[in-house]
Design a protein around this ligand. Structure first.
Ligand code: GRF
Length: 214
């Protein structure tokens, strides 16, 4: 399954996906193209260093969201992307874009959703005083961080944590979980039953182990 990876930032999740691909842990998924809405995103360098095709579709160059997304979809189509991974992509997608990849768009968010959607989730968690934070990988719908949850990993909040320290520890888990979900998606193991995502076991594994196999 050919993946288009959308980025806006420094690209540590992209690096995790590339490392998984390089070591055979992403197959049958493969990264076909990396698209950034920011020309200065560090993720572009990460992609180039790995020899991946890149495209910049700067939202500021477009009069409205529809035209921006049309260009995004064109960049993905050029590289025959069959699914989309949002790896730190900071734009909300419209129903038109979401409908172009039904249950084929995955986002990673640094909180245990539905707690703390939107920007600066680790800072929100620290400010709220929660004792457990984490990461959520979910299908994208037309809301902000509202789509069906595929997998979550919890991370304890330490008394000494500020938002940056907590985010760093969340990202350790995130960098494991996102490539594992991308692989499961490409293997056809993610089945959506209403809001509930069932992770089917890999061939030869017991169903009860499915979530652990991510
Ligand atoms: C990640 O923590 C992701 O959950 C959030 O934005 C951050 C992007 O980091 N959506 P990076 O660009 O992958 O390093």
């Amino acid at each position: 399954m050919r993946l288009g990876v959308l980025v806006s930032g420094r690209g540590s999740n992209l690096a995790a996906l590339l490392a998984a691909e390089a070591t055979g842990r992403l197959a049958p998924a493969e990264i076909a193209v990396v698209v950034s809405n920011r020309p200065d995103a560090g993720a572009l360098e990460v992609a180039r260093a790995a020899g991946k095709p890149v495209a910049v579709v700067d939202h500021r160059d477009f009069a409205d969201r529809d035209r921006f997304e049309h260009a995004l979809l064109a960049a993905l189509a050029t590289h025959d992307a069959e699914a989309v991974i949002l790896a730190g992509f900071m734009r909300v997608l419209t129903p038109t874009f979401v409908a172009a990849f039904p249950l084929r768009i995955v986002n990673t968010h640094p909180s245990l959703l539905p707690a703390f959607p939107g920007h600066d989730a680790p800072a929100q968690a620290v400010a709220h005083g929660v004792k457990v934070a984490g990461v959520t990988v979910h299908f994208v719908d037309t809301g902000v961080d509202t789509g069906p949850i595929i997998a979550q990993r919890a991370v304890p909040v330490l008394a000494t944590d500020d938002a940056a320290a907590l985010h760093r520890r969340i990202q350790v888990e995130e960098h494991r979980l996102l490539p594992a979900v991308a692989r499961a998606l490409a293997q056809g193991r993610l089945v959506c039953e209403g809001r509930t995502v069932v992770i089917r076991a890999a061939p030869g594994a017991a169903d009860a182990d499915a979530d652990q196999l991510l």
